[in-house]
Design a protein around this ligand. Structure first.
Ligand SMILES: *Cc1c(COP(=O)(O)O)cnc(C)c1O
Length: 396
């Protein structure tokens, strides 16, 4: 039975490999942090994790998780509404709402699920979703699972958004959906203008804060803090898998009735397991830490500023960014791959991205800064970038 599709899959896989798009996994044999060991024995500095606040291996989170294993056990063996809700899940939901200044929160196994399960319970074929073209795959999938009409606007293009909103006026309800920070460039969505247009054209606003929460804004509370829009964004989705500890888990936070309806009808919530107690407990610890002090966020901001200034001074072309993502532009696809490979030899682990992940002739190396990086790590990276940049003729 398997024969025919096997041959087909083998041919497809070969085509992927020949196009240079085959994804291989690099195997890390240490905890996730700034300096990691890979299975070749090499020690490298990690500049491609979403470990923005450096919490992935933080002793307080490890301790909180260990304690919860003793007090609350290993797993829930249930979805939330049957017998999968502990006091820890409720406390984490409340802390997330307090952090964002929202009314209520619902946890998911991942933000992929939060985005997958947010539209269908709220909107029908009478309604319209107006989505930024650069939105994350999970938003695109969530939109597909819902019968509402789909409109797309050119990324962060407010004229185009307004045009789409005009066309969508005939629908019952409208929602504008955007990533807070776009992950390939590091730029922030123009939330102030988006909210103004939402007001003018009677639309709801949803933002995915996966790369912005913990990172942008005075104290890192995301785009609503950056643009002073606390309480004005109807729906925020986010992850516990990036700045907030890096393990697993997602959430939707926002208006009370919306969250309530998601608890009734959101399929990834109703039909998929609760996050483990240890993960919930470590999540609670994250928000306690962020309430106690802004040190980690301050360090992330300072590290990002320091690295960016040094790289620009060295002569690199870096896309405008207000986040901890810095796109070092190389434009040429092959150059981006050669550059990343040479950096790895220098002990710097980064990824080069090229078409179709980014537009044609826009190949780049994406650097992600962390509060876990020390000055010496940043200096080492700048030195390596400069050396390779000269070798490959990117710098003079
Ligand atoms: C990472 C990411 C997700 C998925 O989050 P998970 O919790 O890992 O599923 C969703 N949206 C955006 C914008 C992301 O960057």
């Amino acid at each position: 039975m398997y024969g025919k599709i096997k041959d087909h899959l083998k041919a497809e896989l070969e085509a992927i490999e020949n196009a240079g798009l085959y994804k291989k996994e690099r195997i890390i044999v240490s905890p996730q942090k700034a300096d990691i060991k890979v299975n070749t024995g090499q020690d490298v500095l990690n500049f491609c994790a979403n470990n923005y606040l450096g919490l992935s291996n933080h002793p307080r989170l490890i301790e909180a998780a260990k304690n919860a294993l003793d007090t609350h056990g290993y797993g829930m063996s249930s979805v939330r509404f049957i017998c999968g809700t502990q006091d820890l899940h409720k406390e984490l939901e409340r802390r997330i709402a307090d952090y964002f200044g929202t009314e209520d929160t619902i946890l998911y196994a991942a933000c992929f699920d939060a985005n997958g399960g947010v539209f269908e319970p709220l909107l029908t074929s009478e309604d319209a979703i107006i989505s930024d073209t650069l939105n994350h795959a999970s938003i695109i999938d969530g939109v597909r699972l819902c019968k509402a009409h789909r409109f797309r606007y050119e990324s962060a293009d407010m004229e185009d958004l307004e045009d789409q909103l005009k066309v969508a006026q005939t629908h019952r309800y409208r929602i504008i959906v955007t990533d807070g920070v776009f992950s390939m460039d590091g730029h922030v969505a123009p939330m102030d203008k988006i909210c103004e247009l939402a007001e003018q054209y009677d639309a709801l606003v949803m933002v995915d804060e996966c790369h912005s929460a913990g990172v942008v804004g005075e104290t890192g509370k995301g785009v609503s803090e950056l643009y002073n829009l606390k309480g004005k964004i109807d729906i925020i989705t986010g992850t516990l898998g990036k700045a907030f500890g890096g393990a697993i888990g997602g959430f939707t936070t926002g208006r009370k009735e919306i969250i309530d309806m998601l608890r009734q009808r959101s399929r990834p919530y109703l039909f998929s397991n609760s996050i483990p107690p240890s993960v919930a407990a470590a999540g609670i610890e994250v928000f306690k830490m962020l309430e106690e002090s802004n040190d980690l966020h301050d360090k992330l901001v300072n590290n990002t500023k320091y690295f960016k200034e040094k790289m620009i001074a060295a002569g690199f072309d870096i896309k405008p960014s207000e986040s901890a993502i810095l796109a070092v532009m190389l434009y040429d696809a092959k150059l981006s791959q050669d550059f990343a490979a040479k950096l790895l030899e220098e002990g710097i682990y980064v990824i080069g991205f090229y078409y179709p992940v980014v537009p044609k002739e826009q190949a780049r190396i994406r650097v992600q800064i962390s509060a876990g990086h020390e000055k010496e790590h940043l200096d080492k990276a700048v030195t390596a970038f400069t050396k390779v940049g000269k070798e490959l003729g990117v710098l003079k």
